[in-house]
Design a protein around this ligand. Structure first.
Ligand code: COA
Length: 239
């Protein structure tokens, strides 16, 4: 059930599956992928049949090898680029999705790939996954939230080492610094993610939304306001 070209969107048992689908280009993130992700994310957000979202990627070698480098040379001028971004803020949308998103990460998880993974709620990696932020080597910095989302998830020193040195880390190291929740053998990646999704999808939908909102919004608030937010959401669920 997908009319897309570079992603696949499917639904099964209240799970929405978004698959990055440019395996020959290691699922590099291009403008087409941005546009299609924007549509698919809006679809899952609005679709009452979808309780939980799985983000995964096609092909053996990569979840995503970063921004499409061939488009770097053909990118629109900065003013036009900013306008496009304003119209289609896929990263902002990613972070606003009310439903839980689980990332299934394998192979190369680089640049925009890592940034996409950071926008998800739960990250499971296969043991062949390699994580890196290569932007510094290209004389640029992450522009899909990575400079903000990575240090919010892992400790500042690890985040800065990855950003400043561009050093790649293995799945085991990513687990150690809590960049991913768990690491499984490659063949078990999707089953492991689906197992988590199947538990989640059987819970009350409103409670799921409230729990995610409490955590995501609460993390940006001082504790007292976070507790108020929790109380408000808990109250909402009583009625
Ligand atoms: N943008 C566009 N195409 C990309 C790409 C990217 N970011 N990463 C890989 N590809 C393409 C390659 O051009 C190649 O295409 P081709 O078969 O038509 O020549 C194909 O994907 C396979 O890549 P290849 O480099 O042959 O695979 P590899 O296993 O030897 O190396 C990487 C894998 C990830 C180490 C290497 O592709 C790489 O360094 N990619 C760029 C990573 C990067 O800097 N991303 C941008 C961050 S901002």
């Amino acid at each position: 059930m997908s009319d897309f070209e570079v992603i696949i969107y499917e639904k099964k048992d209240n799970k929405g599956y978004i698959t990055l689908n440019r395996p020959k280009a290691l699922n590099a993130y291009n403008i087409k992928m941005r546009d299609e992700l924007f549509e698919a994310l809006n679809a899952v957000n609005d679709d009452p049949e979808v309780a939980v979202v799985i983000l995964k990627a096609a092909g053996e070698k990569a979840f995503c090898a970063g921004a499409d480098l061939s488009e770097f040379l053909t990118a629109p001028p900065p003013v036009a680029a900013r306008q496009v971004r304003f119209e289609r803020d896929v990263w902002g949308l990613f972070l606003q999705i009310k439903k839980p998103i689980i990332a299934a990460l394998h192979g190369y998880v680089l640049g925009s790939g890592i940034e996409m993974a950071m926008c998800c709620d739960i990250r499971v990696a296969s043991d062949d996954a390699k994580f890196g932020v290569p932007e510094m080597g290209l004389g640029i910095i992450p522009a899909a939230g990575g400079s903000q989302t990575i240090p919010r998830l892992v400790r500042r020193g690890y985040a800065l080492e990855m950003l400043l040195s561009g050093r790649w880390i293995t799945a085991a190291e990513a687990k150690k610094i809590k960049m991913v929740n768990r690491v499984v053998p490659r063949a078990e990646l999707l089953p492991a993610v689906e197992k988590i999704a199947d538990v989640i999808r059987n819970h009350d939908r409103t409670a799921l939304t409230c729990a995610k909102q409490a955590v995501v919004e609460g993390l940006d608030l001082p504790l007292s306001q976070g507790l108020e937010l929790e109380a408000r959401l808990a109250n909402l669920l009583r009625y």
